[in-house]
Design a binder for this molecule. Structure first.
Ligand SMILES: NC(=O)c1ccc[n+]([C@@H]2O[C@H](COP(=O)([O-])OP(=O)(O)OC[C@H]3O[C@@H](n4cnc5c(N)ncnc54)[C@H](O)[C@@H]3O)[C@@H](O)[C@H]2O)c1
Length: 469
């Protein structure tokens, strides 16, 4: 029987759970949506004027729906008990210890959520995997649910509904997704009905042709594969950026020419200091680990190399900074513009700025960090002991005052509109710009007097001679 869902609970009020549920609440006013989390501060923030995450457009939607059909609470058990459909959107980080350490997904939070669901469920539930998980997790979770439920006759249908939103554009992605993928046990009637129940929720705003159904394992694997393919494009263009610098080619021109090929397409071809975010690296490592577990060593190595290229790019950037500045950055003030892993988010998980910052500190630099959205506390948490060499600033011009160099770490739009003439005036000379995101007007900067290094662009004579070339 296809359940017409009127109550949804989402376990995990993070970057995925919060925005996704806000969108469901907005588009489905007939459905009561309750988002739960074990973190009281996170729930308090969702119930306040200062939401725990920054995402353009999110504030307005939360304010519109909160208290009407969108609720945030730490009453995990109560919300599960009264909902027909439970989304699980908890974190699935890379394992830090034990078997598969550094590669496999840590499903501790997922399993704990499943045990709670089993313990409090007195009626049938449709469980929706929103977290990114290894292939066949649904099978394992089903066993946990069935063996731990004390009420006889309760049925759990498990669906995989991986989330493809990108931070920074999450609300647009959720409003008009390229596709919604729903995996279930479509070989049987009950599985097909459960899939239909979730299709019906999305059909409130997503055109039918964009709602794809698949079997459970295909849906789970598609998410890992999608992130691996996206990251692989970034690593591919970044590998070209190194070759461009060596040969005098221009990576932007190469990317443009590549992107005009309709088989390749223009997106995700921006060379940069590297990809970050909570997902790409963890999902590739997880994918490669699954390959290893199936004896597919060559396939695993292929995907590991995508992460390897990303590390290479960050190291290469640090080396360029050091060698360009006459091989010494000891006690030099270096300003990092941007700390978030990409623009329009305050998320710093796996941000390239962390590794680059640590690399520069290792060489003796004093860092001045300015980011429009990342809090000082977050930077302190990410940089740990390195903080003794870091000052954070609320104004870009103060961060740049007396700096020897500026490294653009995030592609925030505001960096493009700064008065770079004024900036030149307050910096030490020679004033260096290291554009790790290729967002600035390099010719104009050179006219002002800056020495400019831009990833994947022809190296200017000053830098060649400083590097001894
Ligand atoms: N961040 C993204 O852009 C993105 C995109 C697509 C998919 N994903 C995937 O979605 C999942 C969630 O990612 P996120 O970025 O939202 O993570 P997050 O860390 O921001 O949020 C997860 C939340 O789950 C809560 N939680 C953990 N265990 C719980 C439990 N047992 N009961 C209640 N709450 C619990 C945590 O307190 C946390 O607030 C991950 O698997 C991730 O890979 C993330």
């Amino acid at each position: 029987m296809v359940v017409k869902v009127t109550s949804i609970c989402c376990i995990g009020a993070g970057y995925v759970g919060g925005p996704t549920m806000a969108m469901i609440a907005l588009k489905c006013p007939h459905i009561k949506v309750t988002v739960v989390d074990i973190s009281q501060p996170r729930i308090d923030a969702w119930n306040s004027d200062e939401l725990p995450i920054y995402e353009p457009g999110l504030d307005e939607i939360v304010k519109q729906c909160r208290g009407k059909n969108l609720f945030f609470t730490t009453d995990v058990e109560g919300a599960i008990a009264e909902s027909e459909m439970i989304f699980v959107s908890v974190n699935t980080p890379t394992k830090k210890t034990g078997l598969g350490k550094g590669k496999a997904a840590d499903l501790t939070y997922w399993e704990s959520a499943a045990r709670t669901i089993a313990a409090v469920s007195k009626t049938n539930k449709i469980i929706v995997e929103k977290s990114t998980v290894p292939v066949r997790t649904a099978e394992a979770i089903e066993k946990v649910l069935q063996r731990n439920c004390n009420t006889s006759g309760v049925r759990f249908d498990i669906l995989s509904n991986p989330e493809f939103l990108a931070e920074g554009t999450a609300m647009d992605d959720l409003t008009a997704p390229d596709r919604v993928l729903i995996g279930g046990k479509i070989e049987g009637q009950e599985g097909t009905d459960a899939v239909a129940s979730l299709v019906e929720v999305y059909a409130n705003w997503v055109p039918q042709e964009r709602i794809i159904t698949a079997n459970l394992w295909s849906a789970e694997l598609s998410k890992l594969a999608a992130n691996a393919f996206l990251a692989q494009r970034i690593s591919s263009i970044n590998s070209m950026s190194a070759l461009c610098e060596a040969t005098g080619a221009d990576v932007s021109q190469v990317a443009y020419a590549l992107g005009k090929d309709s088989r390749i397409g223009p997106k995700f071809l921006n060379a940069s200091v590297g990809f970050g975010g909570s997902c790409f690296q963890k999902d590739i490592l997880n994918l490669a680990y699954i390959c290893e577990c199936h004896g597919l060593t060559e396939v695993a190595d292929y995907w590991y190399s995508v992460v390897g290229m990303n590390d290479y790019q960050k190291n290469r950037f640090v080396k360029r900074v050091v060698s360009a500045m006459f091989n010494t950055i000891r006690n030099k003030k270096i300003c990092m513009l941007g700390f978030a892993f990409k623009k329009d988010t305050g998320d710093t998980r796996e941000a390239p700025a962390i590794d680059v910052g640590n690399g520069l500190i290792e060489d003796g630099a004093r860092l001045a960090i300015y980011d429009p959205k990342v809090s000082d506390a977050q930077i302190a948490m990410d940089m740990g002991a390195g903080m003794s060499n870091i000052t954070t600033y609320k104004s870009h011009i103060e961060a740049l005052r007396d700096a020897h160099a500026v490294c653009v770490m995030t592609e925030w739009d505001e960096f493009k509109s700064y008065d770079w003439g004024e900036i030149y005036g307050v910096m030490q000379k020679p004033a260096f710009v290291f554009d790790g995101r290729l967002i600035l007007d390099h010719d104009k900067l050179r006219e002002i007097g800056f020495i400019v290094y831009a990833l994947g662009k022809p190296i200017e004579p000053f830098l060649r001679s400083a590097e001894g070339n």
